[in-house]
Write a protein that binds this ligand. Structure first.
Ligand code: PMP
Length: 284
């Protein structure tokens, strides 16, 4: 596998970051996870907009333009002979000293990994996942914006550990006010009485690209979608629940803590949206 690192392709074992890079010392940097379907980068502009938004939030100057990063990603896909792939695009703060001050770091490092991703097997897409509600609260926007996709993922990691300890693969995270925010690596949707519900931006989560695709697909299919704050009582009353993310795409949740959701397999609206999503990525 060849990794694009600061403008050059290097073998994956030679793709190295300096130990004084603040990405290593402080989780100071930003990233995107992006899919390639049929040789085409899915929602490329949206991912780059979010990357540059995250950069602005942490006051990091990305040393490339969006056009240069698009070319680099396409080149990395080609060099690695991929048609369908998962891209990890990362910009680190760069090499600094042992203090936190990011402005002593000379130059960010940018790298692009092109690999595959399969978070769940096909059977899981039919049967759905069990999840838990994490005790770990999602970082409040006043602490660190959850809408910025930074390399500081420990809030999510600690909640993920709760999930793994409970024998499930995802955890729903509530915000400091007790409202549902998102999962550790996915956004969350519920279906109640034929309508689709998802937390709004103010719930404090990453504004997922897949989340927006699903909202658009729901509109196309004539399914009413409502962005609204809701607590965990609502979760247990839902007819269906599903998660969205670049890696997971759309996957049903059929058990939350000890409560079975719906009839215990992917519900009709989840299936309809998943079908439309697969059609969309197939058409490109
Ligand atoms: N929330 C979090 C915390 C994430 O890390 C991700 C991406 N894995 C998502 C939501 C989903 O975002 P997207 O659809 O843009 O991948």
């Amino acid at each position: 596998m060849k990794v694009w690192l600061n403008g050059e392709f290097v073998d994956s074992q030679d793709a190295k970051i300096n130990v004084f890079d603040h990405a290593v010392l402080y989780g100071d940097g930003i990233f995107e996870g992006i899919r390639v379907y049929g040789g085409k980068i899915f929602k490329c502009a949206e991912h780059l907009d979010r990357l540059f938004g995250s950069a602005e939030y942490i006051r990091l100057d990305i040393p490339y333009t969006k056009a240069q990063l698009t070319d680099a990603m396409n080149e990395a896909v080609r060099v690695n002979n991929r048609v369908d792939a998962y891209i990890r695009l990362v910009v680190t703060r760069g090499v600094g000293d042992l203090g936190v001050n990011p402005f002593v770091c000379a130059k960010p490092s940018t790298f692009i990994i092109v690999d595959s991703i399969a978070l769940y097997c096909e059977q899981m897409y039919e049967q759905g996942l069990p999840v838990i509600i994490a005790k770990t609260v999602r970082t409040s926007p006043s602490m660190l914006s959850p809408s910025a996709k930074t390399l500081n993922y420990l809030n999510n990691t600690v909640a993920k550990i709760e999930a793994v300890d409970a024998g499930v693969s995802e955890a729903i995270m509530l915000n400091a006010d007790g409202y549902v925010a998102e999962c550790t690596g996915d956004n969350i949707f519920f279906v109640k009485d034929g309508k689709v519900f998802t937390p709004p931006r103010e719930a404090g989560m990453l504004m997922g690209i897949t989340r927006q695709v699903v909202l658009d697909l729901a509109a196309d299919l004539g399914i009413e979608a409502i962005e609204q704050l809701f607590g965990k009582e609502f979760v247990f009353e839902a007819d269906e629940c599903f998660l969205t993310g670049t890696g997971a795409e759309i996957i049903a949740v059929t058990k939350i803590d000890d409560k079975i959701i719906g009839n215990g397999s992917a519900g009709p609206i989840t299936q309809k949206l998943l079908g439309a999503f697969r059609e969309l990525i197939r058409k490109g």
